[in-house]
Design a protein around this ligand. Sequence first.
Ligand code: PDD
Length: 281
Amino acid sequence: RIVYVNGDYLPEEEAKVSVFDRGFLMADAVYEVTSVLDGKLLDFEGHAARLARSLSELDMQAPVGHEELLEIHRELVKRNDLVDGMIYLQVTRGNPGDRDFVFPDPETTRPTLVLFTQSKPGMADAPMSKTGAKIISIEDIRWGRRDIKTVQLLYPSMGKMAAKKAGCDDAWLIEDGFVTEGTSNNAYIVKGGRIITRDLSHDILHGITRAAVLRFAREAQMEVVERPFTIAEAKEADEAFTTSASAFVMPVVEIDGVTLGDGKPGPIAKRLREIYLEESR
Ligand code: PDD
């Protein structure tokens, strides 16, 4: 596999980042995941715009311009013959040459930019999209700026491990009884034909897939309500689902052992998945 590091395309064994890089020492870094279907990038513009926002919220410099970023994405797809899968991108505040809590001077310390591809053949037909996901709920103890896509993913990893241990697929995060989002996706319920999902704030990541799916839902005359919902309300919903760049629209069929509807992916989740895949390809 060919990966990109600070201007170079290298075999993955030859790619290097310093041990003093702040991404490694401080999780002082942001990332993006962009899907590729049939060799085509999905919603590059959305991911690039969110990256710019994450960087600016953290006073981090953009390592390259917009056109160059698109060129790097395309070049990696080409060099790795990527058909279905994703591109992972990470920007760190760079390597100041020592460990220090204080941000280095941006004049002397340049950001680190790393990108690599991950192949996922047939990802649009993932088996779980047919059966639906089983979810557990856990307390949301992450920091208060979840709208910035930082690489602080230890707690989400722990959530996935807790789900796995419980024989489930993923976890939803709960704050004051309300669902914030999934470990790596946005969360939705459907009640009486109405799609309900938490409104945008610092509490959740502003999903690029979320924006597209809500737009498609409204265009298809579906009713969308953006407001927080409780985990109790979710367990009584007709259906539920999540959205993310890597899993698109994923139906949820069980929450904390409670089966939703008939235990199969719901009609609205299935329809939105179809529309999303049709429209983005
Ligand atoms: N995760 N919420 C969280 C906490 C996320 O980590 C993600 C994405 C989303 C969905 O955002 P988007 O639709 O832009 O992918 C919501 C990526 C896919 C990941 O960490 O792999």
